[in-house]
Design a protein around this ligand. Structure first.
Ligand code: HEM
Length: 133
């Protein structure tokens, strides 16, 4: 299974970047008052990308030795991932004023960036670690 590690990681990272880009485009569209971000085709495309992302994540989790996660980076990454998903879901609710929606979208985007930073650094501090250097 380790033979496929680079390919699985590539698929996982590509799906993560596509997922984040689609979220950003949908959020910007919604902030601009457009209706396409809530269209069924767009939503199902987003679910499909996220399924690929999570499948790759589970495969990486199975392949890699558990010692690799000993400093808690993966657990912290998942905590920020839940915050990103939660803020993203709430931001897409119809009730918000544009200002409140923008704050929720910005919060979700910051959580996504931290998920990425933690994954790259293999450290729970993510980007904060790199800023402190
Ligand atoms: C928005 C969601 C996610 C993003 C943006 C993301 C991003 C990334 C990135 C950029 C890497 C490559 C790190 C490197 O270069 O070494 C990576 C690797 C990895 N991710 Fe994710 N990921 C996400 C979700 C998840 C989830 C939900 C899990 C597990 C439940 C997960 C588990 C892993 C594992 C185990 C690795 C392998 C680390 C390595 O090989 O060094 N990821 N992720």
């Amino acid at each position: 299974m380790m033979t496929f590690y680079p390919d699985i990681k590539l698929v996982h990272v590509a799906a993560a970047m596509t997922s984040g880009t689609l979220f950003a485009l949908r959020a910007l569209g919604l902030l601009a008052g457009m209706r396409w971000p809530r269209a069924a085709l767009v939503r199902y495309t987003s679910y499909t990308i996220d399924t690929v992302l999570l499948t790759g994540a589970m495969m990486l989790l199975t392949i890699l030795p558990s010692g690799m996660f000993a400093n808690g980076w993966l657990a912290t990454k998942i905590a920020f991932l839940f915050a990103y998903i939660g803020l993203g879901i709430v931001a897409f609710r119809p009730a918000w004023t544009p200002g409140k929606r923008a704050i929720l979208v910005a919060g979700a985007a910051l959580c996504f960036l931290q998920v990425y930073g933690i994954a790259r650094a293999h450290d729970p501090w993510g980007w904060l670690l790199w800023l402190a250097r």
